[in-house]
Design a protein around this ligand. Structure first.
Ligand SMILES: *Cc1c(COP(=O)(O)O)cnc(C)c1O
Length: 397
């Protein structure tokens, strides 16, 4: 039997290695890369049955492919979701989760502190199709409540938020959404499926950019939407199938094989991020060190309730504003300047002049993005080498 069923109630580390594997007639040990746009049918009748849905099976890679299906099944098992759909990028997953639900006249609520492209979809794209949005301070549950209208259809949030690492009470927001007859979508990129389980906290849908920790080695773009079977069938499947932002089988194969090592990498990177945060806190050139795993995070109590561990990211406020931040970044010898995160290589980003450059100074201030803010993504290098690199660069400020 090529596909032996797995026992129930397995832990994440085991699911990451085995869940979703579909072995072909050759019984390969490593998951196969099915680099094909489609499939042939033995007879015209079989083709007819596939298209009518009377017979399960693969048809066309825009909406299903064996390698992509393995990746989707493994992600769904890890997340505890009924179904998953992979997409070409994280933004394709965010867009599908937001465009697939509302119709003209509906309303969407989200926090101000969002990834720049998510902000574009909510503030600029949806309104062009008659879907209005309200932006709130994510940490203030009263603002979420006050934003509700009779036509509110969905809430969207990111926690911890990029790049400030501020946290939103997911269970609290889910309750407000459901009382309003709306759904909640959570972008869980910063927490990873290992440290935060939005579906268990009441969210209806979870999205990831798998470009980040899932690939974890900076190679491929990808995304995934996870929810109940019904949510995916009603809001996501047809939108993706007909509009076409599909994950390529090649990228799915990279992501699938990367999942095998996700827990080892994320655990190590989280531990290292904590060591970096502890080492930099109190340095005279670090005005602020924000790390979700530290007791001095402004929302430490909430983090203790909804996250299993901190994050692979640290935010620091470097003294001297933009000039100080640039001196710090330019003095680094190991960590590199880039905009990816969750990568094996430690990376630093200056949000005010890169990922959030498009915003006005007022918008950045409202989101807590100061000119001295630098986001650190801890990689897989030895933590002592990294701590020495960051401390030496701070000394140079
Ligand atoms: C990177 C990122 C995205 C977008 O993902 P892409 O794969 O770059 O399209 C969305 N949300 C968050 C929080 C991200 O960090």
């Amino acid at each position: 039997m090529p596909n032996r069923p797995l026992p129930p109630d397995l832990r994440p580390e085991t699911l990451l290695v085995h869940a979703g594997t579909l072995r072909s007639e050759f019984n390969e040990s490593s998951e196969a890369l099915f680099l094909t746009q489609g499939h042939v049918y033995e007879t015209a009748e079989e083709c007819e049955r596939r298209f009518s849905g009377d017979e399960p099976g693969f048809i066309y890679a825009r909406f299903s492919n064996p390698t992509v299906a393995m990746f989707e099944a493994r992600m769904a098992a890890l997340e505890g979701a009924g179904a998953a759909r992979a997409t070409a990028s994280g933004m394709a997953a965010v867009t599908a989760s937001l465009m697939g639900q509302p119709t003209a006249g509906d309303h969407v609520v989200a926090p101000r502190a969002l990834f720049g492209s998510c902000l574009y979809v909510i503030e600029e794209l949806l309104p062009r199709f008659g879907v209005e949005s309200t932006l709130v301070d994510g940490h203030d549950l009263d603002q979420w409540k006050a934003a509700v209208r009779p036509e509110t259809r969905t809430f969207f949030l990111e926690s911890p938020a990029n790049p400030t690492l501020s946290v939103v009470d997911i269970a609290g927001v889910a309750t407000i959404a459901h009382e309003a007859g709306a759904t909640l979508v959570v972008d869980n990129v910063f927490a990873t499926p290992l440290w935060q389980r939005p579906l268990e906290l009441g969210a209806d849908c979870v999205v990831y950019s798998t470009t980040k920790h899932v690939d974890g080695q900076g190679r491929c773009l990808g995304g995934v939407v996870l929810a109940s079977k019904e949510f995916i069938a009603t809001h996501v499947h047809n939108f993706l199938r007909q509009t076409g932002p599909a994950m390529s089988p090649f990228n799915a194969w990279i992501m699938l094989k990367s999942l095998e090592t996700l827990s080892v990498r994320v655990e190590r990177q989280t531990e290292t991020a904590g060591l970096i945060a502890d080492a930099l806190a109190g340095h005279r050139s670090a005005e602020a060190v924000v790390y979700p795993g530290r007791a001095d995070h402004p929302q430490a109590e909430l983090i203790g309730r909804q996250m299993k561990a901190g994050s692979t990211l640290v935010a620091i406020g470097v003294a001297g504003g933009k000039a100080g931040a640039f001196r710090f970044m330019n003095a680094l010898r190991i960590a590199r300047i880039s905009n990816n995160l969750g990568d094996a290589k430690s990376l630093v980003t200056h949000p005010a002049t890169s990922t959030h450059q498009r915003l006005t100074p007022g918008q950045r201030e409202a989101m807590g993005i100061t000119d001295g803010l630098v986001r650190i993504s801890a990689g897989l290098e030895h933590p002592d080498d990294l701590v020495a690199d960051f401390l030496r660069a701070l000394d140079a400020v």
